[in-house]
Design a protein around this ligand. Structure first.
Ligand code: 5GP
Ligand code: ZN
Length: 142
């Protein structure tokens, strides 16, 4: 039985459609393993998505080779937005799971150029942590 989450492409996946050329996109770069195209609802000018060609649902499912290829292309795109768009910085983000904000279930890395004048904020409010709680959680993770 085919596992739809790890199949090479998935019929109802928007990004598989873009990769196959059946859906339109502003493609920036593509190679054998990955593609980068503009996000249709950009957070800032130049917001693009780096996507492995092979369908994998998310960070938990993607294989190491495709993850590696995607991270490398994300770095290339980060350098490019700094150079060509005169961005002041860049955020790479990934949402893994609906609770984390994932809406397209084909692994992708957001490359979001940052500008001095943009109004984006980090998704949490930094505050003082509880030292004992941090230590307990650290124990769970070791
Ligand atoms: P997520 O919410 O899964 O982290 O990111 C999905 C991203 O895909 C969103 O930023 C959304 O704007 C973008 N997106 C959704 N549909 C399309 C589409 O059809 N074309 C393009 N280029 N981007 C899309
Ligand atoms: Zn897909």
């Amino acid at each position: 039985m085919t596992d739809l989450h790890t199949a090479t492409s998935q019929a109802d996946c928007i990004f598989c459609g873009i990769i196959a050329g059946t859906l339109p996109a502003e493609v920036i770069v593509e190679d054998d393993d990955t593609i980068a195209f503009m996000d249709i609802s950009p957070a800032t000018p130049g917001h693009l998505l780096v996507v492995p060609r092979a369908h994998a649902r998310d960070l938990l499912e993607i294989d190491a080779e495709n993850l590696d290829a995607a991270v490398r292309l994300a770095q290339r795109m980060a350098r490019r937005v700094i150079e060509r768009l005169d961005a002041d910085g860049v955020n790479l983000t990934n949402a893994c799971g609906a609770r984390a904000g994932q809406t397209v279930f084909h692994f992708h890395i957001h490359v979001i150029p940052r500008y001095a004048e943009d109004v984006l904020q980090r998704p949490w409010e930094p505050g003082a942590g509880d030292v004992a709680s941090i230590a307990r959680t650290a124990d769970l993770l070791r």
